[in-house]
Design a protein around this ligand. Structure first.
Ligand code: NAD
Ligand code: IPM
Ligand code: MN
Length: 361
């Protein structure tokens, strides 16, 4: 029987609850499909930082690395200045563990209503592939020159062909397995240097994938096309900051942040990949039980797929989809159940639902 070591970072706000709910689904899948999951909890986030003055110690990072995968809820807390936890934990882990590929599916599940008119499960099934370690997130050489009305802020952006290649190559591989279409999303009309690097990498990789069509859309125009015509897209590859923004837009199209899953993937397998929902710690609803755990549970399904447990992954996804279809609302008190109760329901469904045919594909 396979055993997987899973590092669990619940984090802040709604993070611990949605992660616990997702883990119940994973444990039910392990029981049904005959593998074992050994979890290690890492108490990181705002409380840890406020208590110790440190976000992520080197030995903790090394301990996390010694796992097969990481499940993360969310971090961010109104008591901590913006950026300290986000950069110090999430971005730090993405970079340290070479998770250059961020996979964010935008899929409308049957029975879930999109807030955008005309969006259906048939025309809303795309994947945003976001380069996950560079662009404006690198922060190298950035500087704030204080000076009141004369203050100047410098935020540098770095893109390398190596990390861009990882994201683009993954995008083409995925497009080949899907509908054979890839769209580069950037802002080449203004960010001419980074834009050129991305275009060069796409052109080079495309030669290896003659079966995949590719085109280009500017990031601003994407904000119109994605909600109005999601069916136009199959795989969208984009840089870190544009990917951050358009994946929240994609989340809205698919029913909200409570439904949007993500994976921070290390394509070389040199360190564990990390699975986390697109949403944050949602301080506005923390502690109320109003968070939808679907996004975290679907991220956990991506984790099972990443571990090679395909039948478990598609069954967990199907269980989440079937529970989602029953919810009167996708977030807030109108969901009719609190976060942890929905976790129990997802786990029960994992045990009882028919294993989807795609498990054998
Ligand atoms: P957010 O994603 O936390 O919340 C945006 C809105 O979506 C809020 O109204 C929230 O209530 C709602 N929402 C989010 N997740 C939901 C869920 N599962 N179910 C129902 N509703 C949900 O974004 P924000 O408010 O901009 O950021 C809050 C904090 O989270 C900040 O500190 C931010 O830096 C951090 N953040 C962390 C991550 C992460 O850990 N991966 C991601 C995004 C934001
Ligand atoms: C996300 C978040 C993160 C990002 C933050 C918390 C660092 O918004 O995962 O989408 O900007 O990548
Ligand atoms: Mn984001």
């Amino acid at each position: 029987m396979s055993t997987y070591k899973l590092a669990v970072i619940g984090g802040d706000g709604i993070g611990p609850d949605v992660t616990q709910a997702a883990l119940e689904g994973v444990e039910a899948a392990a029981l049904r499909f005959g593998f074992t999951v050994q979890t290690t909890d890492f108490d990181l986030g705002a409380e840890h930082y406020l208590r110790t003055g440190s976000v992520l110690e080197a030995d903790t990072s090394a301990a996390i690395k010694d796992h097969d995968a990481i499940l993360l809820g969310a971090v961010g807390d109104p008591r901590v200045a913006p950026g300290i936890l986000e950069r110090g934990l999430i971005v730090a882990l993405r970079v340290a563990f070479s998770q250059a590929v961020n996979i964010r599916p935008v899929r409308l599940y049957p029975g879930v209503e999109s807030p955008v008119r005309g969006v259906t499960p048939e025309n809303c099934d795309l994947v945003v592939i976001r380069e996950n370690t560079e662009s404006l997130y690198t922060g190298g050489g950035s500087h704030f020159h204080a000076g009141g009305p004369n203050a100047v802020a410098i935020q540098n952006s770095v893109s390398t062909a190596a990390a861009t290649f990882d994201a683009v190559e993954f995008g083409f591989q995925l497009a080949r397995l899907r509908r054979g279409r890839l769209t580069l999303c950037h802002k080449t009309n203004i960010l001419v240097h980074a834009g050129r690097l991305w275009e060069d990498v796409v052109t080079r990789v495309a030669e290896e994938y003659p079966d995949v069509e590719h085109d280009y859309v500017h990031a601003d125009a994407m904000c119109q096309h994605l909600p109005l015509d999601p069916g136009r897209f199959d795989v969208v590859v984009t840089d870190n900051l544009f990917g951050d923004i358009i994946s929240d837009l994609g989340a809205t199209v698919q029913g909200g942040l409570g439904v949007a899953a993500g994976a921070n993937y290390n394509p070389k397998g040199s360190a564990p990949s990390m699975f986390e929902p697109v949403h944050g710690s949602a301080p506005d609803i923390a502690g109320k039980g109003w968070a939808n755990p679907a996004a975290a549970a679907l991220s956990a399904a991506l984790c099972l797929a990443g571990l090679g447990e395909r039948a478990a992954a598609v069954t967990l996804e199907a269980a989440v989809a079937s529970v989602l279809a029953e919810l009167p609302a996708l977030a807030g008190p109108g969901m009719g159940s609190d976060t942890l109760t929905l976790g129990h329901r997802i786990a029960e469904r994992v045990s009882s639902i028919e294993v989807p045919h795609s498990a054998e594909a």
